[in-house]
Design a protein around this ligand. Structure first.
Ligand code: ADP
Length: 162
């Protein structure tokens, strides 16, 4: 059975992430979306909120599981009885960062392979940080995230104001 782990912060999950997940689920027998606690990035949503939003988005994909991890991604990947990391590429800027990460991970654990997929062109500019900024300014984010995520983002930002 071919298993891959798609690690990320997912703060929150966007339609771009979802596109990568759908592509990954059609390539692999099982795909584990692994949410990094990532306190260094000071996420807006808690770990359990990020996991819940992903779970709500992948209910129709039978071979996708959602989990979380702390520490090094390579250790988590090996604990899932696989050696494959799935990542998404948007732009040349992503490529440089991802290239560095992939080679670092392979240096840490030689058996690790990173597989890249490109999201649809329509999502290629999406990133969670910009979406949070737009939502914070009262802009329309309905074409960037699911309706559920959009509602959660609006109420989270409102909560923050008080
Ligand atoms: P991280 O903090 O690990 O970069 P992210 O949640 O920001 O976590 O991203 C996880 C992965 O998803 C990365 O490989 C990133 O390049 C990819 N990704 C995010 N948004 C998109 C998108 N719109 N199209 C393709 N890949 C994407």
């Amino acid at each position: 059975m071919r298993v891959a782990v798609y690690p990320g912060t997912f703060d929150p999950i966007t339609l771009g992430h979802l596109d990568v997940i759908q592509r990954g689920s059609s390539i692999f027998d099982r795909l584990v979306v692994a949410v990094s606690r990532n306190p260094g990035k000071a996420p807006l949503f808690s770990l359990s909120e990020r996991i819940e939003m992903i779970r709500e988005s992948v209910t129709d994909l039978d071979n996708v599981d959602v989990d979380s991890f702390d520490g090094m991604v390579v250790d988590y990947v090996l604990s899932q009885q696989t050696n494959v990391i799935l990542r998404g590429i948007r732009t040349v800027a992503d490529f440089e960062y991802e290239f560095q990460m992939a080679l670092t991970n392979r240096t840490l654990q030689t058996e690790i392979e990173t597989v890249f997929v490109m999201a649809s062109q329509q999502y290629s500019f999406l990133n969670s940080r910009l979406i949070k900024e737009i939502a914070g300014l009262g802009g329309d984010i309905s074409t960037f995230v699911s309706e559920r995520v959009s509602k959660r983002l609006t109420s989270k930002l409102r909560e923050r104001e008080h």
